[in-house]
Design a protein around this ligand. Structure first.
Ligand code: B16
Ligand code: MG
Length: 214
């Protein structure tokens, strides 16, 4: 019998591609503040918290600002991001995601969301998939964000499932690291070279072989 009792899904890059909206929002802030920002830097922000993302953008530009300014800029970026995510509908779901959630439900496997985003609930609501999740872990659930294991451990505890019986689906290196630290099985979505710590790697969620993992 399979030891797998729960699946924990990351949001951005696994369920939907909010990375594009994060990119556009950071780009707007960066332009206003005279900072360089491109898609390559945006790649390094995947799975990373909002404040840490801004710190990385500042470091890339050799800039330092006070804590107050940092907070104000992060808040401003979030305002832009919120405007973008208002446009999210089920059409923004990555292929086969709902099918996977339904198959897991049929098999009696619990599901949780494990996203670093403080806006995860708004995104799930736009996608109309909130009810598929037994537990929602987001950027408000724990203090320490990925690559700390805290968020995934929070999800396992709320699901009442041992971490060893959880499978995490993640697209970011920080997320794979967090899941491994939590002693969970990891399904990486993306480049096998970048996600070499994952137990399985697929190019997209649609390619996930559930039978093999279970
Ligand atoms: P927010 P995930 C992450 O989502 C994004 O990948 C990352 O780029 C973003 O900075 C982070 O959420 C925080 O998002 O500003 O909305 O709180 O991949 O963990 O679902
Ligand atoms: Mg992600």
């Amino acid at each position: 019998m399979s030891k797998v009792k729960a699946f924990i899904f990351d949001l951005d890059g696994v369920i939907t591609d909010t990375a594009e909206f994060h990119y556009l929002a950071w780009k707007k802030l960066a332009q206003e503040e005279g900072m360089e920002f491109d898609r390559e830097i945006n790649e390094t922000l995947k799975g990373v918290s909002r404040t840490e993302s801004l710190k990385r953008i500042l470091a890339h530009n050799g800039r330092t600002v006070s804590e107050n300014v940092l907070e104000a800029w992060a808040r401003r970026k979030n305002g832009y991001y919120l405007e973008f995510i208002e446009t999210i509908t089920p059409a923004h779901l990555l292929p086969r995601v709902v099918n996977i959630l339904e198959l897991l439900k049929q098999k009696g496997i619990k599901t949780a969301l494990g996203s670093a985003s403080k806006n995860a609930r708004a995104v799930l609501s736009g996608l109309e998939i909130t009810d598929y999740f037994d537990v929602i872990g987001d950027g408000n659930s724990v203090e320490r964000s990925k690559p700390a294991p805290d968020l995934f451990l929070f999800c396992a505890e709320k699901l009442n499932v041992n971490p060893e019986c959880c499978v995490v689906v993640e697209d970011a290196e920080a997320g794979v690291e967090a899941a491994k630290k939590a002693a969970m099985t990891v399904v990486g979505i993306g480049d096998p070279e970048k996600l070499s710590e994952a137990d399985y790697v697929y190019g997209a969620p649609a390619e996930i072989n559930l039978d093999l993992i279970l």
